[in-house]
Design a protein around this ligand. Structure first.
Ligand code: F6R
Length: 602
């Protein structure tokens, strides 16, 4: 996730762009850059660091020109650095481009471009795009046509802002699976990843759809279809948000916004790992002794990973809380050990210590991380990124579902390398994973109903979350979300454990949330629900089997999904229930008491 802002009009472009970048900083903040144009010359300033520092250091506000594009980066390919910051230029220096998204086939495209003599300055996937346009421009007079032809070669997600010295009066913006919205002004026009970037100047917006591009001049705009080049008529929306609302895309809290970003984040996680997962699976296939280490929500992702590895790759990892691992397992780690560390921030002290210990003992370390360039990525031998973009709410939401996405891809690929499971089933799972974002979209539509449910539960003081098999970690995660932001006591446990003690706590009206996707143990789960009901518990069930309605006080009907993919979809209503309960009880879910986003001390 990165931020893009473009401006063409009569104001100094740099001023509009710097302000826009500040408003987009939530989308990424490891580096930034600006290109402006005056007198047929491009001016580019860019570097690693925060926007305020760079504005000062590089003199962003002294850049000439009335048209330009800015970019704030959240690294995906290539560490945060001056050369990897956007914009990127072609070999002639006439085209400059910024990008938000991930180009899946960049490695092969880059290899071909290098063979044909193109010079690359950065390690980014983005740079291939600008060289591809340069190449197409050799065989056509029309920049627009060259751009279209080049972009049709890309696989993956991209929102682009493009400037070309050969056309002094226009800017190009493209959208494919990464957000882009136009701002329509009087004698000036804007484009940005998100409305707040230009809301100060205009509240008229056009939301581009996937596979569309726009050509902006200061007095006009046109939107076209990328495949055909034909004009598309687009409605102009009047935005009624205040600036503060717009920063959270109209959501009252970042947490809710991030819950709603999950379909896009999961898609990015799939795209971002499609071309690297095989190599990682091949590297780790030989290890029998596998530990998964993590804390909190990332630990719950690790527990889901255990079920995936067991069922698909027939390997049984030991999942350990990193704070325990670092003191308990030293003697068991050697060069035949694989340690998989899962961490959103890449800076959690206990997880880093566990990784360092593993390295010291000669183990291979794979990190699954959200923040590019974080410490965990520097310690690990191998890294897979979750591509969720910055998460501002303290409670992990989209970073959890993207961790699960990456773990699913890894387990499927490992099974493929090892030949442990029928290929047809692996293909089915892979295709199923691609439709998970739509399932999450459908579940998000229950938000209103879940809020009403939360209203009826706001006075409760204890919750139980139960699941079986791969749904046990979902139960744990549901309980953690509730505890950390609503401050209501909650326990997550395997449903089979109920009658070994916790059942004693159930009495009239105590909420029991049952995670019950169809699968191996659904009938056992029904038995556990009956057990709880008989003690007067208020049963809230998540499932896809109608039969569950009979045994529930509230039934949340979930889309049919393979049990192994269900953790990604089933956690979403639990996040929403926790969110609404926190708000109803007067808490700020973005900043829960006593908690920090990243726990960098032991
Ligand atoms: C809960 C939450 C925490 C983190 C934990 C690990 O919502 O966010 O439990 O999951 O502190 O953090 P990372 O993943 O950054 O290592």
């Amino acid at each position: 996730m990165c931020g893009i802002i473009g401006y063409i009009g009569n104001r100094p472009a740099c001023e509009v762009i710097v302000k826009g970048l500040k408003r987009l900083e939530y989308r990424g903040y490891d580096s930034a850059g600006i290109v402006t144009e005056e007198g047929g010359e491009l001016f580019i300033r860019k570097g690693a660091g925060k926007i305020d520092e760079l504005t000062e250091k590089l003199g962003f506000l002294k850049m000439p020109g009335r048209r330009g594009i800015g970019h704030t980066r959240w690294a995906t390919h290539g560490v945060p650095s001056d050369v990897n910051a956007h914009p990127h230029t072609d070999c002639t220096g006439k085209i400059a481009l910024v990008h938000n998204g991930i180009i899946e086939n960049f490695a092969e495209l880059k290899e071909e471009l290098l063979k044909r003599g193109h010079r690359f300055e950065s390690d980014t996937d983005t740079e291939v795009i600008v060289h591809l346009i340069e190449e197409e421009l050799e065989s056509t007079e029309s920049f627009e046509e060259a751009m279209r032809r080049a972009l049709l070669k890309l696989k993956g997600s991209f929102a682009l802002g493009i400037i070309y010295t050969g056309e002094p009066d226009r800017l190009y913006f493209v959208r494919n699976e990464s957000p882009l919205v136009l701002g329509i002004g009087e004698g000036e026009n804007f484009a940005a990843s998100d409305v707040p970037a230009f809301l100060e100047y205009t509240n008229k917006a056009i939301f581009l759809d996937d596979g569309e591009y726009a050509i902006l001049t200061k007095d006009s705009y046109v939107v076209k279809n990328l495949d055909t080049g034909e004009i598309v008529e687009k409605p102009v929306h009047e935005i009624e948000w205040t600036l503060e609302m717009a920063e959270k895309a109209g959501f009252p809290h970042f947490m809710l916004k991030e819950i709603y970003e999950q379909p896009g984040a999961i898609r990015d996680a799939i795209h971002g790992n499609a071309d690297v997962i095989r190599a990682v699976a091949e590297e780790i296939a030989k290890y029998e002794k596998i530990f998964i280490v993590a804390m909190g929500t990332s630990y719950h992702a690790g527990l889901v990973g255990k079920y995936l590895f067991q069922r698909l790759a027939r390997k049984v990892p030991i999942v350990e809380d990193a704070s325990e691992f670092r003191y308990e397992f030293e003697d068991l780690i050697d060069e035949n050990t694989l340690v998989i560390a899962i961490t959103q921030s890449g800076e959690t002290a206990d997880t880093l210590a566990a990784m360092k210990l593993a390295k010291k003992k000669g183990a291979k370390v794979l990190a699954i991380v959200n923040v590019v360039g974080s410490m965990a990525t520097r310690i690990a031998d191998l890294t897979l990124y979750t591509h969720a973009g910055p998460e501002i709410g303290v409670a992990a939401t989209k970073t959890y579902t993207t961790q699960l996405t990456v773990l699913t891809m890894l387990a499927v690929e490992l099974a493929r390398v090892l030949g442990t499971v029928d290929e047809d089933y692996l293909n089915e799972l892979e295709n199923g994973l691609k439709s998970v974002p739509e399932m999450v979209e459908s579940v998000l539509k229950y938000d209103g109903g879940l809020r009403e449910l939360a209203e009826s539960l706001a006075e409760k003081s204890d919750f139980f979350y139960i699941g079986r098999g791969i749904s046990v970690p979902t139960a744990l995660e549901g309980a953690l979300k509730l505890k950390e932001i609503s401050y209501i006591h909650a326990e997550g446990l395997s449903a089979g454990e109920l009658k070994h003690g916790p059942l004693a706590l159930l009495e009239d009206g105590v909420p029991v949330v049952a995670i019950a996707p169809s699968g191996r143990t659904l009938d056992k789960m029904v038995g556990n629900i009956e057990e709880s009901r008989a003690r007067g518990a208020f049963i809230i069930t998540l499932g896809d089997n109608e039969e569950l309605k009979r045994v529930s006080n509230a039934f949340i009907e979930m889309p049919e999904v393979d049990e192994l993919l269900s953790p990604i979809v089933y956690v979403v209503p639990l996040q929403l229930i926790a969110y609404h309960l926190a708000v109803l009880r007067g808490n700020d879910p973005d900043k829960p008491r006593n908690l920090a986003k990243s726990v960098t001390v032991e």
